[in-house]
Design a protein around this ligand. Structure first.
Ligand code: B12
Length: 205
């Protein structure tokens, strides 16, 4: 299994897909396969920070991780069989990182949630409209850039202005977010990873 993180970190697309398929055929838990992929993404991030990889490599790794996620999704979706509730999910305005968000999407779906994904660089009104249309009681915001904390704040304010704040719990996550960002933005909770997104949403619904 460690091979998956190495293949991803080394950007070996074809072999990665073969190994993922083999693991699935062998009955390996798809959640464990995803975790391995995530470890590979962490390595890619480190190689980018150390100057070994460039933006083009980040993009490549992103494509690989997404393809892996698509391959795993049918094996994850609805695994629990329960439908727990609706969640509106997206990456906040000014931020186009979607790998973590997509992982949260997959895990929430496999955890039994009906997820409305509004995509990346989503303006506050996009989140508000999705909340209104779906009636979802949960909003999950992904943010990887410290420069986008105000986008979280503006989204929370827009939910308040729409009169929905009493009915909607807001959970945030992504690289730099922590409890201090929860306090700054007025969100309800922060999660470190996709598993915690599921745990928090279950607690808050
Ligand atoms: C891949 C990547 C890119 C790719 C993104 C491709 C894509 N389709 O997403 C590209 C090349 C586009 C990119 C662009 C940029 N990037 Co970039 N990128 C990364 C990198 C290497 C990995 C991010 C990633 O996908 N990680 C893997 C996923 C699985 O992890 P994750 O996103 O953290 O998500 C997990 C958790 O955080 C959590 N989570 C995520 N969302 C949510 C939501 C909720 C509700 C919960 C509970 C949990 C949760 O669960 C996930 C799974 O466990 C990071 C470095 C790093 N190690 O994080 C830099 C990084 C985030 N990027 C950075 C920067 C600076 C940029 C650019 C500004 C670079 C530039 N000069 O153009 C642009 C910004 C573009 C924009 N406007 O958004 C900086 C941010 C610095 C900062 N403090 O703000 C980082 C930290 C790199 C660095 N060390 O400098 N980037």
């Amino acid at each position: 299994m460690a091979k998956i993180s190495e293949l991803l970190a080394n950007l070996e697309m074809d072999e990665l897909m073969e190994v993922v398929q083999k693991e699935l055929d062998n009955g390996t838990d798809p959640v464990e396969i995803l975790k391995e992929g995530e470890a590979g993404m962490v390595k890619v991030g480190e190689m980018f920070s150390s100057g070994e990889y460039f933006v083009s490599d980040l993009m490549m790794s992103g494509e690989m991780f997404k393809e892996m996620g698509e391959m795993l999704e049918p094996h994850l979706a609805g695994k629990t069989g329960d439908v727990l509730g609706k969640v509106v999910l997206g990456t906040v305005e000014g931020d186009i990182h979607d790998i973590g968000k997509d992982l949260v999407y997959i895990m929430l779906k496999s955890g039994g949630f009906d997820v409305i994904d509004v995509g990346v660089d989503a303006k506050p009104e996009v989140f508000v409209n999705a909340l209104k249309e779906s009636g979802a009681p949960l909003l999950a915001l992904s943010c990887l850039l410290t420069t986008c904390y105000d986008s979280i704040l503006n989204t929370v304010k827009a939910v308040e202005a729409a009169g929905l704040r009493d009915q909607v719990k807001i959970v945030i996550g992504g690289g730099p977010t922590d409890e201090s960002v929860v306090r700054y933005t007025g969100a309800d909770a922060v999660g470190d990873d996709a598993q915690s997104a599921v745990r928090l949403c279950k607690e808050m619904i």
